[in-house]
Write a protein that binds this ligand. Structure first.
Ligand code: PAF
Length: 279
């Protein structure tokens, strides 16, 4: 299994390889959700890069950055079980950003003016910096992203278009544990009690999906708030139903067509996000 620290070494190796290149960008803490993206990339491309880089530019909270799980050896082991032909790119900051101090600034057609974009200042700008770097450096044919971070997925689509890149963005379904909790590297920070409570988030989304056929938006907002008020360990950061293309909050009485419900809950120190398609 080859782990590349330097983009030029990896580019040198890639030059010898033919056929489509797939990219799976990650920040490590590899779990079954990432592995499902990597398996798909491996099936659909002749070569695959998995990048592992905890991108400081996308963190607005230093504690979150410090606590982010890092275990390159374990990540590499899990990836090698799919294939040891997969290339891991695990650079240090210098290889990505050089000595550049100023991040590029982007506008995402208002996609960043809701939800995580409001809660985490500069987060998506930081994501866009690393994605632009990865796309421009490796020029992958296909890049794989999970639906759990749906807002990120839409923002990356928008970025890809505005950069004029020909990379195809492949949207992949959220992977859940047997209790319905969406897999996330941050789940490893949950205490035992929090792990028991966390599946309530998806249960709530399933309930919303049912109720969207019969209840009004106001009724659903009240029900969701009440549900989380009862759970003292949870702090509901936001719940909205939004158009899944523009991410703008719905204004019509049709809660279903073309819409998605989005939720963010803080459980102790850990923030969890999830979403569900309503149509
Ligand atoms: O979703 C993530 O893990 C990160 O935001 C990404 C896309 C790898 C960029 O750092």
């Amino acid at each position: 299994m080859e782990i590349f620290k330097s983009k030029s070494d990896l580019l040198h190796t890639l030059k010898k390889l033919k056929g489509p290149l797939g990219l799976v960008p990650t920040m490590g803490g590899i779990h079954e959700g990432h592995l499902s993206l990597i398996r798909k990339a491996f099936q659909e491309n002749s070569s695959v890069i998995v990048s592992i880089f905890v991108n400081p530019m996308q963190f607005d909270d230093l504690v979150d950055l410090k606590n982010y799980p890092r275990n390159l050896n374990n990540d590499a082991l899990l990836i090698s079980e799919i294939s040891d032909k997969i290339k891991i790119y695990a650079p240090n900051q210098g290889d990505v950003y050089g000595s550049k101090i100023k991040p590029n600034k982007y506008s995402f057609d208002k996609l960043d003016k809701v939800m995580e974009g409001v809660k985490r200042k500069n987060h998506f700008n930081g994501v866009a910096n690393i994605i632009e770097f990865l796309f421009k450096t490796f020029n992958p044919k296909n890049a794989y992203f999970g639906e759990k971070d749906y807002q990120q997925l839409q923002i990356i689509r928008n970025l890809n278009k505005s950069l004029g890149m020909s990379t195809k963005i492949i949207q992949c379904p959220t992977v859940r544990n047997k209790n319905g909790l969406a897999l996330s590297s941050r789940n490893s920070n949950l205490t035992r009690l929090e792990q028991k409570i966390a599946p309530e988030i998806y249960k709530c989304l399933l309930d919303v999906k049912k109720r969207a056929k019969v209840n009004s938006y106001e009724e659903i907002l009240d029900l969701v708030s009440f549900r989380f008020l009862k759970m003292k360990e949870c702090n509901l950061e936001y719940f909205i139903i939004a158009n899944q293309k523009t991410l703008s909050e719905i204004s019509s009485t049709d809660l279903i067509s073309g819409n998605r419900a989005f939720i963010a809950v803080k459980l102790g120190d850990t923030k969890l996000i999830d979403n569900i398609e309503l149509s």
